[in-house]
Design a protein around this ligand. Structure first.
Ligand SMILES: [Zn+2]
Length: 76
């Protein structure tokens, strides 16, 4: 079992390269559009996840996040 195979079998997630918003299991990767910033550039290479439940929270404020969702902490 290689690492690549494990990734294929896992949950597919794409991170917006602009605001790091995460889209889980996108149905069509080629037509992805970020609902937060409108960017169409995504990457599967990211590290860390932060789940924002409320845009008014301190964490969201600290990270500059204005919309609830799952975000990557950093891009590789
Ligand atoms: Zn975005």
């Amino acid at each position: 079992m290689g690492k690549a195979k494990a990734q294929e079998e896992g949950e597919k997630m794409k991170a917006c390269v602009n605001c790091k918003y995460i889209i889980k299991n996108p149905s069509n990767v080629d037509e992805l559009k970020c609902p937060v910033c409108g960017s169409t550039t995504f990457t599967g290479n990211f590290g860390g996840l932060v789940i924002i439940l409320k845009a008014e929270s301190e964490v969201a404020n600290y990270l500059g996040i204005t919309m609830p969702g799952i975000y990557a902490l950093y891009l590789k």
